[in-house]
Design a binder for this molecule. Structure first.
Ligand SMILES: *Cc1c(COP(=O)(O)O)cnc(C)c1O
Length: 395
């Protein structure tokens, strides 16, 4: 049976294999494993494509967020507003610097943080906001910046899923004080392992992040603060420079494939996220809402079609984050969404003919979501689906 994977990294590798092998050989031949010229080159290429003033390559997208928070002085006693509907890292990084994550609601059709919810959660302890450009959809940045300016808050954009998404030609990750990126292999721009990036508006913040990520050192064996080993490898930087040449082409493919899904599924009442005005989404994932998810997942898996759920348990319901939950939290839209979302195969190497097959099979069983006009209780969410969700191999 023909298998259609959720993401096809092998197909991508076959197209760039000789270039990857050649830079790998260069890095080994020069012994340029840690930092060095490949990292410098990648940093300047990525910064210039983003239009960011400065940026630092780091070990992964999670350390990128915690380094950014620490460099901005966010820590113990501070509150950081994050969406509840995101990958775990967003809140994990907040906890890792000793601050408290405060969970915000999403916009019903865009799946990104709701600025009104941010306003309702402000307190004298609020120090920062982390909007997450989830699925490659850009957040309502002008409204978020209005709030942050009015209340003197830092904005850290979690751009792990949104490389080169834009609003009015300005790139995601360059609106706030800092933008953090992940190059986890399954992300739109993926390394050959873990890697991440922090883009900064202020050179001083970039310098601080670079120092913190490198053992707080000012010279080889002189350390003026306690830092971490959160550096990006030379090998990852070299691989990323190869892939960066193709990223805009790959992004255009994601966008046209998402459009194809939209046109095949729209008539039957299914739609992906709404993209804000004057913005372009980069479709890290193609996500739909269905009311019978367990059934749809089982059916598609039987047909050899890779499906995922990103993410089944909202952060405010995660066992590890119990300490940050409160009875007064009302995140109904987030809970409804978590019970209904499903991700269909989409990457630059997904063939149009594969999308046609997926759409056809999907339409045989999927029922559109009814929740827009219906309220569900917390206990109804996900219970039945839960055991189907273990096999997703991408964040
Ligand atoms: C992947 C991801 C991260 C973490 O990135 P890693 O490189 O895996 O540490 C953070 N936030 C979001 C939204 C992500 O999707």
């Amino acid at each position: 049976m023909r298998q259609i994977p959720l993401v096809n990294l092998q197909a991508q590798y076959q197209k760039i294999r000789s270039e990857i092998l050649s830079v790998t050989d260069e890095v080994f031949s020069k012994g340029a494993f840690i930092q060095g010229e490949y990292l410098e080159t990648f940093e300047s290429q990525f910064n210039s494509m983003l239009g960011a003033s400065s940026g630092v390559g780091v070990s992964n997208g999670t350390s990128a967020i915690s380094l950014a928070l620490e460099a901005l002085g966010v820590g113990v006693g501070d509150e950081v507003i994050v969406p509840s509907h995101t990958f775990f890292s967003t809140a994990e990084a907040v906890c890792n610097v000793g601050a408290k994550p405060v969970f915000a609601e999403i916009l019903e059709d865009e799946y990104t943080i709701d600025p009104n919810s941010i306003r309702s959660l402000l307190s004298p302890r609020t120090k920062a906001i982390i909007p997450v450009h989830l699925y490659g959809n850009i957040c309502r940045m002008s409204e978020i910046l209005e709030i942050s300016e009015k209340h003197s808050l830092f904005v850290i954009e979690d751009t792990a899923q949104a490389h080169f998404a834009q609003t009015n030609k300005r790139m995601a990750g360059t609106f706030g004080d800092v933008g953090t990126f992940s190059f986890y292999p399954g992300k739109n721009l993926g390394a050959g392992g873990d890697a991440g990036f922090v883009s900064c508006r202020d050179q001083k913040i970039a310098d601080r992040i670079r120092k913190l990520a490198n053992h707080g050192r000012v010279q080889k064996y002189e350390h003026d603060e306690i830092g971490y080993n959160h550096r990006m490898d030379g090998l990852q930087a070299a691989i990323l420079s190869v892939k960066l040449k193709y990223i805009l082409e790959w992004t255009a493919k994601r966008q046209s494939k998402a459009k194809l899904y939209d046109s095949l599924l729209g008539e039957r009442g299914f739609s992906s996220m709404r993209v804000p005005q004057d913005s372009s989404a980069v479709y890290h994932l193609y996500v739909l809402r269905v009311s019978n998810r367990a059934e749809v997942m089982e059916f598609l898996k039987e047909k050899g079609i890779g499906v995922g759920v990103h993410y089944p348990i909202p952060l405010h319901l995660q066992p590890a984050l119990k300490a940050y939950q409160s009875a007064s939290m009302n995140l109904q839209l987030t809970e409804n969404l978590a019970g209904e979302i499903i991700s269909l195969p989409l990457c630059p190497d997904t063939e149009d003919s594969e999308i046609e097959i997926v759409a056809k099979e999907f339409l045989k069983v999927a029922q559109p979501s009814q929740t827009m006009h219906r309220s569900r209780t917390r206990s109804a969410i996900g219970e039945r689906d839960h055991h189907h969700l273990q096999s997703s191999s991408f964040n």
